[in-house]
Design a protein around this ligand. Structure first.
Ligand code: GLN
Length: 306
């Protein structure tokens, strides 16, 4: 399939979903700056491994990438520190909500995986050993998107002001001796990572290395090795959509990573990377129409890792 074949599919998906816009689900309520985002929006974009792009709907509207940033934090972590990264972070699906405290107590402050909040906080702590995680994130994303990418400082401040659960998770890990750095410093970087603002088109480009064995979508230089890239895709498939990961694998069959801003990125290895966005979420914190769009995309194209 070429990008020309994908364009009508994306346009068709937008037409199918438009009547449902704003009807179901709810925008994230626990972050005040996100609770204000109008629900009735939808966008979608993809980029093939050979650099062709297709887009439909609000593909150029910026939104808060939220937990999609966990993929890029993990990328920085793998690049900076290799196996040492994994000393304090597991690789199993959690089966609990992305901000759950329960499991962390049972497992003595070691998060199940890098894609739940506790796991990304642990990755951010490790990053502080070797770089400035905020600058490194913007640098990585701006290079991958091919244009400057910024933090939405209002969202970062809103998260910091109301991030009671994340503050609890970080303090809990600290109490088990599983964070090296000061909790406030780690959380400031974590909240800023979540508060990066990007469009579907930029995210489809930025995830391009995940469908190209780790090669940068624009420069062709290796960002990660092919083994590291396979591992990120494996974690996205098993842990990228929290306790809905099984359902996503069942009905979509692609490595995906979602965020409570309503974005979901997905990877078809050796073929393309894509991003869908619609702010209203389902009960598991995944974009409701985003998920439906990915199901339609998988049905219409027959693309799957299985
Ligand atoms: N910033 C959000 C939080 O820490 C990210 C969660 C998400 O996107 N699932 O709760």
């Amino acid at each position: 399939m070429t990008a020309r074949d994908f364009q009508p599919i994306l346009t068709d998906i937008v037409h199918t979903l438009t009547p449902d816009l704003g009807k179901e689900g709810q925008v994230a309520q626990y972050i005040p700056a996100l609770a204000r985002v109008p629900a009735a929006q939808f966008g979608m974009a993809l980029r093939t491994c050979d650099g062709h792009e297709a887009a439909a709907g609000a593909a150029d509207t910026a939104f808060s990438i939220q937990s999609i940033s966990k993929v890029f934090a993990l990328t920085l972590g793998m690049r900076e520190m290799g196996e040492y990264l994994w000393d304090r972070i597991g690789r199993e699906p959690s089966g609990t909500a992305f901000n759950s405290l329960v499991q962390l107590e049972f497992e003595q402050g070691t998060p199940r995986n890098p894609f739940i909040n506790a796991g990304a906080i642990a990755v951010t702590d490790r990053l502080l050993n070797s770089c400035d995680p905020k600058a490194a994130m913007l640098d990585l994303l701006s290079g991958l998107a091919g244009e400057p990418v910024h933090f939405d400082e209002e969202v970062a401040a809103s998260e910091a002001a109301t991030g009671y659960r994340n503050i609890a998770l970080a303090n809990f890990m600290k109490s088990f001796g599983k964070l090296d750095h000061d909790v406030a410093t780690v959380l400031d970087a974590y909240f800023h990572h979540c508060a990066v603002s990007m469009t579907c088109r930029q995210l489809a480009r930025a995830t391009g290395y995940l469908c190209r064995d780790g090669l940068h979508p624009f420069t062709g230089q290796p960002l990660l090795t092919d083994k590291q890239t396979r591992r990120i895709n494996a974690l996205m498939l098993t842990c990228g959509t929290y306790d809905a990961a099984g359902e996503f694998a069942f009905s979509i069959g692609l490595p995906c990573k979602s965020g409570v801003g309503g974005g979901i990125v997905a990877v078809v290895p050796d073929t393309l990377s894509l991003c869908v966005w619609s702010p209203a979420l389902d009960a598991t914190g995944n974009s409701l129409l985003g998920r439906r769009a990915l199901e339609l995309f998988a049905q219409k194209t027959g693309l799957s890792v299985f």
